[in-house]
Design a protein around this ligand. Structure first.
Ligand SMILES: [Zn+2]
Length: 757
C-alpha cells in the first residue's frame, strides 16, 4: 500500500530547511518554540506503524483478559515491559477490588410453556478465539445482587423513566414482576435501577436485532452484526452515584483500605439482573399477552411485541462469587525537565470483557505506538518540559475501577500536579471525535487540523467540518472552531474530570464501522481485522492525534487553554436551561388544560384504553440573574486573558527582533501563569458535589442520574428542572454561579501575570 505520509528523512529535511513561510505559531508557543515543536511533531507523526499495532492487537487479544484472569495479568506485565523497552520508567500498581463473577445463572419460562435460556455464546468455526470457552467469563451483568425470583414478565421497552409513564397510563404495573428491557436508550445500569424503583423483582436485558443485529446488517461471521446467541456483558453498578470499587468510595482500594461490607455497598443493584441474547429473548417475548406496544417500542424480532403481563411466568436465578480481585494498572513515566512537577497524563484501559480486540485493544495499541514514538524522540534528544505519564488501566469494564482507584489513591498529588488527562478507548474508522473540557476546545481544533484523515486525505478537522455541513449544520462552513462535545461517562476520564477537576479530553475515530459484537466473545482479532480498521491506518491516525496533543501540552510555554470557548459554552448551557424551564412549564400547563377538558376520556378507545399522564405542578420562574451575571464576568475575563495572551505573543515576536535583553525585561513569570491555568478546571468544582452523589463535583459536566453515560451539562440545575424539583433550582443556580465567579477571579489573576510588562 502507498504510504500516506512522507518518510522520516523527508520530514526531517523539511524541518531543517523551511521553504514555505512560517505558519502562525502554535497556541502557547513563541514563534521560535513553535517552529521547533512543529519539527519534532513531524518526526513523531512519522513513527507510529500500523503493522506493529496489528501484531500488538494479536498478542493482547489472543486470550480472554478480564479482571482477575491469568492473561489479564500477563498482558499488564507485557505492556509494562513494552513501555520499559521504549525507555520509559514503567511499573505496575495494584489495587484489590470487589469483582463478582457468576456461580449460577438460570432463566426459564415456567408457564404457559417451558423454555430454558441457552445463556451461552457458541463457537464460530471461522473465528479461532471464539472457542476459548474455558477462559471466557459467562454472559452476565457485574454487580447484580444474588437472587432467585419467579414472577410474571413485563416488556418495558428500554426501561427508562418515560417508558414506565407509558406503562402507568395503560394501568400496567411491574410490582412483583420480572421486567425485560432492550439494550439501548440509556446506559444499562439505569434499567435495573428504574425497574427496582417501580417495584420489579428481577430484570432481564436483551440486545434487540433491530438495534445491533440483523436489522442493521449481516450477522457475524458473514457480517459485523450480533448473531442470535450473542450477548452484551456489562456492569450494572450505579455508576452515576460513584464509579470505582463499590467497597471503597472516595479512597484508593489499597490492601489496608477500610472496606464496606458487600451488603452495605450502595452501588450494587437492588434486584437480580441478567443479560440475554435475542435468541433467548424471542420465546419469552412471544409468550406475552396484553395490548400491542406502540410502534416506537417494537424491535426487529418476527413477533407481535406486547406489554404483558399474561399467563407467562419466568424464573430468574443468579448467584455470584463476591470475592476481591487484584487490579494491575501499568503506569509509565517520561520525566520532564524545567516543569517536571506539571504532569500530562494519558490513558487507555487494557482489561476486556472477553478478548476485547476493539474494546479496548484498538485504543491500547495506539497508546503503545505513541509511547514507542515518544521514546524514539527522547533518544534523538527531544525533551518534554513537563512530565508525561502513560497509564494502561485495569478494571475499566466493571466500573472504571483501575483509573478511579488510582485517582483516589493519588488525589492530593494529582490536584497539585496534573495539567490535563487524555483518554482513548475503542477506535474505528471515520471521524475524529473529541469530547472534553471546553477550555481545550480551541486547542483540540488545532490538533485536528494537523492530522491527516486516511480515507479522504484532508485533515481530520476538514473532514469533521464537511460531515457537519452534510449533516445540515451550515454554520460549520464559516470556519471557526468546531464545537467539541461535553463528557458524561463511560470511560476512564470520569475520575480525573468529574471527581478532581482535571481538564480532560476523550479522543477516538468512529462513525463508519457498524458492529454488534460489543462486550461479546466475538469482539476479537478475527472480527476487528475483517470488519473495522482492518489496515490499522486509523490506529496510526489516533496515535498521531493523541501523541501530538501530549507533545503540545508537555512543551507549551503557556498552557494552551482558551477560555472564550468555555465562556461561549456556558452561555449556551444557560440559554438551554432557560428554554428547558419554559418548555417544561408549557408542557405541564398543556396537560393540566387537557385534564380540565377531559380530552383523554373523550378519545379513549374502550378496547385499548390509554389513560391521562400524571399531572405535575407548574414550575415557578427561577432566578437565573446570578448565573447570567457570573457568565458576563467570565466572558469579560476570558477576553481579558486573550488580550494578555496576544500581548505576550507579540512581545515575544518583538523581543526576538530587538534582542535578548528587552525580552528578559518584558518576560512574565510563566511558571506563575501556568500554575493558575492548571487550576482553571479545579475551581469549577462544587465544594459539596452534586446533590445525592457528592463524589461527582464538576459544576458543568456529569453523567445523568437517569441516563448513565449520557452527559448532563450544568447537571445540578438541569436535573432539578428535569425531575421537577422546583424548590432546589435557585440554590443550584447559585452554586454554579459561584463556580463561574471563581473561574473569573482566577482568569483575571492569570491575565495580570501574563500581560507583558
Ligand atoms: Zn472500553
Amino acid at each position: 500500500m502507498r504510504p500516506l505520509i512522507p518518510s522520516l528523512v523527508a520530514l526531517g529535511a523539511i524541518a531543517l530547511v523551511p521553504t514555505a513561510p512560517e505558519p502562525e505559531p502554535l497556541r502557547g508557543f513563541t514563534a521560535q518554540s513553535s517552529a521547533l515543536e512543529r519539527s519534532w511533531e513531524a518526526k513523531f507523526r512519522a513513527i507510529p506503524n500500523p503493522q506493529r499495532m496489528r501484531e500488538s492487537m494479536r498478542r493482547l487479544s489472543a486470550r480472554p483478559h478480564h479482571v482477575g484472569s491469568p492473561y489479564g495479568k500477563q498482558n499488564a506485565e507485557w505492556i509494562r515491559d513494552q513501555y520499559a523497552s521504549y525507555g520509559w520508567d514503567a511499573r505496575i500498581e495494584t489495587f484489590d477490588v470487589l469483582f463478582p463473577t457468576p456461580v449460577e445463572r438460570l432463566v426459564e419460562m415456567v408457564a404457559p410453556t417451558r423454555y430454558r435460556a441457552v445463556l451461552q455464546e457458541p463457537t464460530v468455526p471461522a473465528d479461532p478465539t471464539s472457542s476459548q470457552h474455558a477462559e471466557q467469563l459467562p454472559t452476565y451483568n457485574a454487580y447484580s445482587v444474588d437472587g432467585d425470583v419467579t414472577g410474571p414478565l413485563v416488556f418495558v421497552n428500554y426501561g427508562v423513566p418515560a417508558d414506565y409513564e407509558e406503562l402507568e397510563r395503560r394501568g400496567i404495573s411491574v410490582k412483583g414482576a420480572i421486567v425485560i428491557a432492550k439494550y439501548g436508550g440509556s446506559w444499562r445500569g439505569i434499567k435495573p435501577k428504574v425497574a427496582a424503583e417501580h417495584g420489579a423483582i428481577g430484570c432481564l436485558i436483551y440486545s434487540d436485532p433491530a438495534d445491533d443485529g440483523y436489522g442493521n446488517g449481516d450477522v457475524f461471521p458473514k457480517g459485523p452484526m450480533r448473531p442470535p446467541q450473542g450477548v452484551q456483558r456489562g456492569s450494572v453498578a450505579d455508576m452515576p452515584t460513584y464509579p470505582g470499587d463499590p467497597l471503597t468510595p472516595g479512597v484508593g482500594a489499597t490492601k489496608d483500605a477500610k472496606r464496606l461490607a458487600v451488603s452495605a455497598a450502595p452501588t450494587l443493584t437492588k434486584i437480580p439482573v441478567l443479560p440475554i441474547s435475542y435468541g433467548d429473548a424471542q420465546p419469552l417475548l412471544a409468550a406475552l399477552t396484553g395490548p400491542v406496544v406502540p410502534s416506537s417500542w417494537r424491535g426487529g424480532l418476527p413477533i407481535t411485541y406486547r406489554f404483558g403481563p399474561g399467563a407467562s411466568r419466568v424464573h430468574l436465578k443468579v448467584k455470584f462469587d463476591f470475592g476481591l480481585k487484584t487490579l494491575y494498572d501499568v503506569i509509565a513515566r517520561l520525566p520532564g525537565t524545567t516543569e517536571a512537577d506539571q504532569w500530562v497524563i494519558r490513558g487507555n484501559h487494557h482489561d476486556a470483557w472477553v478478548n476485547g480486540a476493539e474494546d479496548p485493544i484498538s485504543g491500547q495499541v495506539a497508546e503503545l505506538e505513541e509511547a514507542r514514538a515518544l521514546g524514539e524522540l527522547y533518544k534523538q534528544g527531544w525533551r518534554p518540559k513537563r512530565t508525561i505519564i502513560y497509564a494502561s488501566w485495569d478494571g475499566e469494564e466493571p466500573g472504571l475501577l483501575g483509573s478511579t482507584e488510582w485517582v483516589e489513591a493519588h488525589a492530593d498529588s494529582l490536584v497539585a500536579h496534573a495539567v490535563a488527562y487524555l483518554n482513548t478507548d475503542s477506535n474505528g474508522r471515520g471521524y475524529l471525535g473529541i469530547d472534553g473540557s471546553h477550555s481545550l476546545e480551541s486547542f483540540a481544533n488545532g490538533v485536528e487540523k494537523d492530522i491527516t484523515d486516511p480515507e479522504s486525505n484532508v485533515s481530520s478537522w476538514k473532514r469533521n467540518q464537511a460531515g457537519l455541513v452534510v449533516g445540515g449544520n451550515a454554520d460549520a462552513r464559516a470556519g471557526g472552531d468546531l464545537r467539541i462535545g461535553a463528557l458524561g461517562s463511560g470511560s476512564d476520564y470520569t475520575p480525573f474530570l468529574q471527581h478532581l477537576g482535571i481538564a480532560s479530553m476523550n479522543l477516538g475515530f468512529g462513525g463508519e464501522d457498524n458492529g454488534g459484537i460489543y462486550h461479546s466473545i466475538y469482539d476479537d482479532f478475527y472480527w476487528y481485522t475483517h470488519f473495522s480498521d482492518t489496515s490499522f491506518v486509523y490506529g496510526r491516525a489516533l496515535a498521531q492525534a493523541v501523541g501530538t496533543t501530549v507533545m503540545r501540552l508537555a512543551n507549551a510555554d503557556v498552557l494552551p487553554f482558551v477560555f472564550t470557548n468555555l465562556a461561549a459554552t456556558t452561555h449556551r448551557y444557560i440559554d438551554e436551561l432557560q428554554k428547558l424551564r419554559d418548555a417544561r412549564a408549557k408542557a405541564i400547563d398543556e396537560e393540566r388544560q387537557r385534564a380540565t377538558d377531559s380530552v383523554y376520556a373523550i378519545v379513549r378507545d374502550p378496547r385499548d384504553p390509554v389513560g391521562a399522564p400524571r399531572l405535575q405542578t407548574s414550575p415557578p420562574r427561577f432566578d437565573f440573574a446570578p448565573l447570567l451575571d457570573a457568565q458576563d464576568s467570565l466572558a469579560a475575563a476570558a477576553k481579558q486573558f486573550e488580550k494578555a495572551y496576544s500581548s505576550w505573543q507579540n512581545g515575544q515576536g518583538a523581543a526576538t527582533q530587538d534582542g535578548s535583553q528587552a525580552a528578559e525585561r518584558a518576560a512574565p513569570n510563566l511558571v506563575d501563569v501556568n500554575r493558575r491555568l492548571m487550576r482553571a478546571e479545579r475551581v469549577l468544582m462544587l465544594r459539596d458535589g452534586l446533590k445525592n452523589r457528592p463524589w461527582f463535583k464538576h459544576s458543568l459536566y456529569a453523567p445523568g442520574f437517569y441516563t448513565g453515560y449520557g452527559v448532563k451539562t450544568m447537571p445540578g440545575i438541569r436535573e432539578a428542572i428535569e425531575q421537577g424539583e422546583w424548590r432546589s433550582v435557585n440554590g443550584e443556580i447559585a452554586r454554579v454561579a459561584e463556580a463561574l465567579n471563581a473561574e473569573t477571579a482566577l482568569l483575571k489573576e492569570a491575565a495580570a501575570l501574563l500581560q507583558a510588562r
